[in-house]
Design a protein around this ligand. Structure first.
Ligand code: ZN
Length: 275
């Protein structure tokens, strides 16, 4: 029986990754993206290899990760319950529609969910056993996938060489990075697959995780030090904005720097407080 293998596809925006995992007679795709043509090419490749896509796994409900589900109407689309809720409520489809209007690409069709699962439990996808792990911080619904037989750890929007960490909870993000650092040291995969940018060795991923944690730690420290020294909310905000990013990123992500500061401030000061 041939060893299962994998191929990475890159979409037109943000070096977005789609991962095709090829089994003997069927394939699994993680986060198929972005345009209908790009998604169709993944399906064609799987057909060519004699292993049509039967399973779709989704790391989280952001538009660039759910927009390709519709390209695989006959596959089973599996995702964590929290991501499934974003899909069934229509939130995910609305965000895909906004992206289509802003960027002018043709989408594969509306997202859907066939098989929700509780993050943390292993999931069977045809011949593949997938360990799932909650990775909160970028979004509350994010989920990582470990395909142990293939040496793969798929992390969604963490550990990217082309982005800096941003998300809905900087505090949760730090805890997730600390957990990933532990995992990469104690139980390293052969390859880490980030949702944006190239695959990484476990050592490379560890370097990214440590740099990202350093940035979020510095952001937190800058705010706490300013506030505990009697600084105002605005002064804390300015101190947070001055914290250096761990790496270069696309110009359209720069606004997320201020978003991080706002979110970290919310986690330190109640909204009503006028420090
Ligand atoms: Zn993304």
């Amino acid at each position: 029986m041939p060893t299962p293998r994998w191929e990475r596809f890159e979409a037109f925006l943000w070096e977005t990754t789609s991962l095709l995992v090829v089994g003997e007679t069927e394939s699994l795709v993680v986060d198929p993206a972005i345009s209908a043509d790009e998604v169709a090419a993944i399906g064609r490749r799987a057909d060519e290899l004699g292993a049509p896509v039967r399973h779709v796994l989704i790391t989280h409900g952001d538009w660039d990760h759910v927009c390709g589900i519709g390209g695989f109407p006959d596959a089973v689309a599996a995702m964590g319950e929290e991501t499934a809720a974003k899909v069934t409520s229509g939130v995910a489809e609305a965000s895909v529609r906004r992206a289509v209007e802003a960027l002018g690409f043709v989408p594969a069709g509306p997202p859907r969910v066939d098989q929700p699962f509780a993050r943390g439990s292993a999931v069977e996808a045809g011949p593949f056993v997938v360990e799932t792990l909650p990775l909160v911080g970028h979004t509350a619904d994010s989920c990582g996938f470990r395909l142990r037989e293939l040496g793969l750890l798929v992390v969604g929007d963490y550990l990217s060489t082309v982005e800096f960490p941003f998300g809905t909870s900087p505090t949760a993000y730090r805890l997730t990075l600390a957990g990933l650092i532990e995992l990469l040291r104690a139980d390293p995969p052969e390859t880490v697959i980030p949702g944006h940018g190239p695959p990484l060795s476990a050592d490379e991923a560890l370097g990214i995780a440590e740099a990202d944690l350093g940035y979020l730690r510095s952001l937190h420290t800058a705010l706490v030090d300013t506030l505990s020294g009697g600084g105002t909310r605005d002064e804390a905000h300015a101190a947070g904005l001055a914290v250096a990013l761990p790496r270069e990123a696309a110009p359209d992500l720069q606004e997320m720097r201020g978003f991080n500061v706002d979110k970290q401030l919310q986690e330190l000061l109640p909204a009503a407080a006028t420090a």
